[in-house]
Design a protein around this ligand. Structure first.
Ligand code: MLC
Ligand code: AMP
Length: 491
């Protein structure tokens, strides 16, 4: 079934009700509300315009646009016409976008400045099919048909497109809607970006299945979120949202009276933030775990104990196991690499069957690259990663990609990129560099990186050394560097 057909069933009963409420200033100025009817009609318009531009079922539509109600309608419009939605971080540079465009071979590119005839601005696209000639069709889709390709950077430095089916999205959304107890009257406060799984799928799908009102903020701003909390019942965020709310002077239980559920994910929520939040507000943040390739995988319970430092239990129909180096499951409570299987699991990496095969076991389990233990009750605790990944403020940064860009800069002989603890972002990107001649100034490095690397991936601390520590095999010892520079941000 086309995911939009399911959503449409819920929307149809709520056409007059608010879907997306965009808040202007504190005095209510500039506020705009889209009803579910508006959203449906706008998505039909986008679907019509895309069809006219030749988008047939299965064709990719690459999108790099700022967060807005129109952008949500465009996403729904792509689903509706059977297209495959390919969202891109708005921070990506032209060089990064050019790679995704080349890889996904889209029929249409919305927003991003890609040279060529495929590109169109979102407003122009919208005006191509005004409401009166928008066709209400919803293209039939099979469970295995692709709904989206979400790029996730890889350990090799080359991004991979995770292909996600209608069934992946639908099963995950229905499961989360149920286990998180969505109920009539719920209002979601939405401050996440909508180019990643968390803000696009988890947050929007659960709210839309509920035909809930969504308070739609262009980006996270702690003071603004605090101001709107009394109008909401659910907030979903990365851990940085919660640590920044705690840093708001006087923030406490009075701010949270209407809230029934705070959800955190995409990066580890520290026990300190969980504990402080509970002490200040009385709320136990519900931590869940997911990834682009599998949507949501585990969740702490809505009712029942939410244990700090754990990510809870597998979602319905999802199986997890921790395995040792020999590939065999380790005993309960012991740490292994987490492998998962279920209806949420993606259909493979776009155009990369070998990479897909390398991360799949013969019995259909996927190797997440996260290190975890699973206790006797099935509760999962993540303890680290065996993939070389940095998560800063919920955004993933793969060191290899940053190293590749650094190594291209004249004056850099070689580089090693690591993550260091960062009070605000969880982890911050650190570069350790060997100079070719005299070490470069930070500003020079920065300017050179700007040409090809989104800014959230930039190392904000750089250290020049005579040589990188290496093991007997000649491999850079990142663990040594992580130890040496662990105070880079918070020392
Ligand atoms: C912004 N900047 C970051 C950053 N976000 N740097 C490192 N890490 C980040 N996460 C940089 C910008 O490049 C800019 O630098 C400067 O910080 C200010 O930008 P900003 O936009 O004003 O930043 P800020 O408001 O502070 O944003 C922080 C944030 C945001 C935490 C609110 O990053 C955010 O919303 N993160 C959510 C990410 C997310 O949705 N992850 C889900 C992935 S899905 P300069 O130099 O240009 O000034 C997934 C699966 C799952 O992982 O389980 O959910
Ligand atoms: P992404 O590739 O952006 O989808 O990021 C997925 C990765 O984020 C996972 O493999 C985990 O390493 C990490 N992650 C997601 N949720 C959590 C969580 N609650 N705690 C710790 N790490 C998490």
């Amino acid at each position: 079934m086309n995911l939009y057909a399911l959503l449409y069933e819920r929307f149809a009963a709520a056409f007059d009700r608010p879907a997306l409420a965009l808040h202007g200033g504190g005095d209510g100025s500039g506020s705009v509300t889209w009803t579910y009817g508006d959203l449906d009609r706008a998505s039909a318009g986008f679907a019509t315009a895309l069809r006219r531009r030749g988008v047939a079922p299965g064709d990719r539509v690459l999108v790099q646009v700022p967060k807005s109600p129109e952008a949500v309608a465009l996403y729904l419009g792509v689903l509706r016409c059977g297209g495959v939605y390919v969202p891109l971080n708005t921070a990506y540079t032209e060089r990064e976008v050019a790679f995704f465009s080349g890889d996904a071979s889209p029929r249409v590119v919305v927003g991003a400045e890609v040279d060529g005839p495929l590109g169109v601005d979102i407003d122009a696209l919208r005006s191509e099919a005004p409401a009166q000639d928008a066709e209400p069709t919803i293209e039939p889709r099979d469970d295995d048909d692709l709904a989206a390709i979400c790029y996730t950077s890889g350990t090799t430095g080359r991004s991979k497109g995770a292909t996600i089916t209608h069934h992946n999205l639908t099963s995950n959304a229905l499961a989360l809607h149920r286990i998180w107890g969505f109920e009539p009257g719920d209002v979601l406060l939405h401050a996440l970006p909508i180019f990643h799984v968390h803000g696009l799928f988890v947050a929007l799908h659960t709210a839309f299945l509920n035909a809930s009102k969504v308070l739609f903020l262009p980006k996270f701003d702690a003071a603004e979120v605090r101001r709107l909390l009394p109008e909401a019942t659910v907030l979903m965020g990365v851990p940085t949202f919660y640590s920044r709310l705690l840093a708001e002077p006087g923030f406490g239980s009075a701010d949270c009276e209407s809230i029934r559920l705070f959800v955190s994910g995409s990066a580890p929520l520290t026990e300190a933030v969980f504990g402080d939040f509970r002490a200040r507000t009385g709320h136990r943040i519900l931590e869940r775990y997911g990834m682009t390739e599998a949507g949501m995988i585990t969740s702490n319970p809505l009712n029942g104990e939410r244990v700090a430092g754990t990510v809870g239990f597998p979602l319905p129909d999802v199986e997890v196991r921790a395995v040792g180096e020999d590939g065999a499951e380790v005993p309960a409570g012991e740490v292994g690499t987490l492998e998962i299987r279920g209806p949420n699991l993606f259909a493979g990496y776009w155009g990369l069957p070998d990479k897909t095969a390398a991360e799949m076991r013969g019995d259909g389990f996927f190797v997440t690259g996260d290190l975890a233990s699973v206790d006797g009750e099935g509760r999962v605790t993540l303890v680290g990663r065996d993939k070389d990944l940095i998560i800063a403020g919920g955004f993933n940064v793969y060191p290899k990609e940053v190293e590749d860009r650094l190594d291209e800069i004249a004056g850099v002989a070689e580089s090693a990129v690591i993550g260091a603890p960062h009070a605000d972002l969880g982890e911050g990107v650190v570069a350790v560099l060997v100079a070719e001649g005299k070490p470069l100034e930070d500003d020079t490095l920065r300017a050179a990186l700007d040409a090809g690397l989104a800014r959230y991936k930039h190392p904000r601390r750089c250290f020049w050394v005579d040589e990188l520590p290496r093991n007997a095999m000649g491999k850079v010892q990142k663990n040594v560097l992580r130890e040496r520079y662990r105070d880079a941000y918070d020392g």
